[in-house]
Write a protein that binds this ligand. Sequence first.
Ligand code: ADP
Ligand code: MG
Length: 471
Amino acid sequence: MQVQNNELWSRCLDYVSERVEPKAFKTLFANISVESFDGASLVLRVSSDFICEQLDNKYSSVFATALKNSYGFVPAVSYNVVIDSNAGLERQGTTAFNTVSAPKQVTTPVEIRNPFEKQHNKITIDSNLSSEYTIDNFVLGDCNRLAYNAALAIADHPGTIFNPMFLWGASGLGKTHLVNAIGLEVQKRHPEKSVLYLSANLFMRQFVEAKMRDEVNDFIHFYQLIDVLILDDVQDFAGKTGTQNTFFHIFNHLHQSGKQVIMTCDKDPNELEGIEDRLISRFKWSLVAKMDVPDFQTRKDIIVRKAKNYGMELPQDILELIAKRVSSNVRELEGILTKLMAYSIYLKSELNVAIVEQILGPQPGSVVTEAQPIDTKISLNTIRERVCAYFNINESALQCKTRQHDVVEARQIAMYFAKKLTNDSLSVIGNAIGKKDHSTVLYSCRIVENRMSTNSEYRSKVNEIHRYLIS
Ligand code: ADP
Ligand code: MG
């Protein structure tokens, strides 16, 4: 049986040797040996994961044809990889399926290229962590309790109990924030550990670049030396088999060496499409934690915390109003707070429920497309002053002949509201806003109305200014 296996394999090698360049054959194929063949699966022993990469990518077609010619079909191929000691990594005997051996204590400096930089001699890792997304800034609630507690456990003992950690949930629920916070905590509690945060997208781009430069081996080695690898949005790996393959090797190595891997995703691993099963099964190896939409109390807590960061303290009725109206996404809550802050700066006054209602806009279900007429009397002076404040321009600029874009826009909008909200005549309006005649006022109003009917962003802006004017 063994003789027959050897014969099949050498026939396969013969086929390849006639079709690939001699140097590539010698480097990649000549030293591969067959560990086992059970009639369906072929296990090959190779001396570096670089070889797997090449066989699975660049040479996959010729290799598959060679297998088919020799075995009569294409068996499922897997590799036992034992890394070549040339790169400063010691052989450690056979490892588990498709994994690489752990780096031994390296006593002499190893020169491995960091894919974050084009050329360099030693690994200096910028962790890519954001100093804003700390654990102290993260609000705990029922929606994230499991993930939060696991985060703390990982920060204390990376690479042990919750390894890997797979955090999933809809967009804007705090996944990036929490995994970033784990990275910062590890850095604080274990300064000797190297931490790297990056998006799956960036990983993919680096991999493609490394492939183009023929540096995939260096790329893999670099990642294998990280102690805590945080990969954000792994759903972006969908359909990218080369990247998945490479990440699979890196993952296996890190996991085997007791290094922590943390991943985020916008889907439950069972619902991921375009990701290989073997990778999905790794994702589920340890902790799969879901981030849920925050409940009312947690939303209130988050608003209080974020408002404090902006230097604002909101009264209870406003807090509850926002928490009630913005319920599905923390990022959206932040957007509202930024608006509130902008308004309180423009208005130079306290916010009240009526203003916040207007900022929040209509309740879902009711549609407002245009600034509604109001009863309140408003003066030309107020319109001029507030529109200028909104655009952050000087009132005197409005009166100049300048065609600067924001001044022109401010002038048109001020005229539009002056016509709509005051009883002044067109010539009085024209004179007060830019020293123009009545036909310019009419023309400006038409422009604003036309743009509002065709451009939703512009319409929101005008509606926002309207709310500001009448507040
Ligand atoms: P995701 O990665 O799930 O899309 P992010 O982590 O980018 O979401 O969070 C979006 C915004 O919401 C961030 O600014 C983050 O700080 C904030 N956020 C989300 N959840 C929380 C929370 N529990 N406590 C504090 N801020 C949060
Ligand atoms: Mg995110």
